[in-house]
Design a protein around this ligand. Structure first.
Ligand SMILES: Cc1cc2nc3c(=O)[nH]c(=O)nc-3n(C[C@H](O)[C@H](O)[C@H](O)COP(=O)(O)OP(=O)(O)OC[C@H]3O[C@@H](n4cnc5c(N)ncnc54)[C@H](O)[C@@H]3O)c2cc1C
Length: 381
């Protein structure tokens, strides 16, 4: 599409920020609308495997991320009771060479900060909650809860699992509660015995699992996230405060190394785990979806954000390559849906890196250079 195309991106999460940065790098005119008044420091970490990091390299952000986060020395899977190592994958210079980028763990708020850096001043409009989109033929009119309106030639919905833009394409449908909750905690590692944990460990139990990792190279801040059954949970209440005692009750029968970490946990919050069934319709005329808006997945492969960032890179390339939205969005869907579908499948199965795993297809993928599929191979209109 030509560089004069006015592009509205709704939602300044991981996917929307990345997309806006990449489109501007190509010379496009982009406005990014975010419902929040400002970004708050959500207490959570995020794993970025080499595949999304290659996109962030492209934006010149790798050094900033490495400075704030940590390159873990390994990812280790351990048996919940015996502590036996089920799988260990080392991250070092050789793995960076093989995968094309480092594996990084970082605080989400730090990632958000870094992703905003490439944006031109005035790109990001806070306090703009999208209410609806009016199709005016050659253009689209966005209406916001603050009374503002904006005109655009194409709209990208990067507005997360409860996407309003998704509703305009697929209708209204609540996310699917998976019957599990995620207790999470972020706290200074000075509170615990640092010798007990490696840089990044997942503990696998029969009906629950838990991940622990450092978020800074000084290893002074640790993140713990479990997933455990909670059939009757009231999802409507959203994120709620949790307690160390409940966390311990849930994982207290696990190996002593893990228990010694939870015993020191503070700032515990509980998140309901929701996803959506796979859906292969990501666009309609001048509107396309990206990230959780079109493929919200369970966090068990730590890949939802990675997929949103990959989407942003592929979508930017499709917009730059094709002259019209139909071809650009068709190529985007045809390139993305199969790979993302496989990641959704593995996330439901919760099998990623449990034991010996072929990781190359995932980590070696480079969204900045991967072949784009022919739009003609996309789903029929
Ligand atoms: C417990 C847990 C752990 C996870 N761990 C990992 C991990 O380690 N690695 C990984 O890659 N992924 C992980 N994920 C998944 C990852 O967080 C999501 O997949 C990712 O945040 C999706 O990015 P997004 O940009 O699509 O949406 P989001 O990051 O959710 O951003 C959506 C944005 O849109 C805004 N918005 C919403 N509605 C509107 C509206 N109407 N108008 C304007 N703005 C709006 C929101 O305020 C928000 O800023 C995890 C998820 C969970 C729940």
């Amino acid at each position: 599409m030509d560089l004069g195309t006015r592009i509205a991106v709704v939602g300044a999460g991981l996917g929307g920020l990345t997309l806006a940065g990449l489109l501007q790098e190509q010379g496009f005119t982009v406005t990014l609308y975010e419902q929040s008044d400002a970004f708050s420091r959500i207490g959570a970490g995020i794993i970025l495997s080499a595949n999304p990091v290659k996109v962030l390299q492209r934006l010149g952000l790798e050094a900033g991320l490495v400075a704030r986060g940590i390159k873990p020395d390994a990812y280790v899977s351990r048996q919940w009771d015996s502590g036996e190592t089920l799988y260990e994958i080392l991250f070092d210079e050789a793995s960076e060479e093989r995968y094309g980028a480092p594996y990084l763990n970082v605080h989400r708020a730090d990632l958000h900060d870094v992703l905003q850096q490439p944006l031109q001043p005035g790109t990001l409009r806070f306090a703009h909650q999208l209410e609806g989109i009016e199709d005016r033929g050659e253009t689209l009119l966005l209406r916001f809860a603050n009374g503002a309106t904006a005109e655009a030639d194409i709209v990208i919905g990067a507005d997360g699992i409860r996407s309003r833009v998704r509703e305009t394409i697929l209708g209204s449908e609540e996310p699917r509660y998976t019957g599990r909750i995620a207790p999470r905690a972020v706290f200074p590692s000075a509170q615990m015995d640092r010798l007990a944990i490696r840089d990044c460990t997942k503990w696998w139990g029969p009906d629950r699992h838990i991940l622990t990792y450092y978020m800074t190279k000084r290893r002074d801040e640790v993140y713990v996230m479990g997933a455990t059954p909670a059939p009757g949970w009231d999802v409507e209440q959203g994120v709620v405060e949790g307690s160390r005692d409940d966390f311990l009750e849930t994982f207290g029968h696990f190996h002593a190394d893990l228990v010694s970490v939870i015993e020191k946990a503070s700032n515990v919050t509980i998140w309901p785990i929701c996803d959506r069934p796979r859906n292969d319709r990501w666009s309609d005329r001048r509107i396309a979806l990206l990230g959780d808006a079109c493929h919200a997945m369970r966090p068990y492969m730590a890949a939802g954000g990675a997929m949103a960032i990959e989407d942003a890179a592929i979508l930017t390339r499709c917009i730059a390559r094709y002259g019209d939205p139909k071809s650009a969005f068709g190529a985007y869907e045809a390139t993305r849906i199969q790979r993302v579908g496989e990641v959704q499948r593995i996330s439901i199965e919760n099998s990623w890196m449990h034991g010996p795993t072929d990781v190359d297809w995932f980590f070696c993928y480079d969204p900045c250079t991967a072949e784009l599929a022919d739009p003609a191979t996309a789903r029929p209109a």
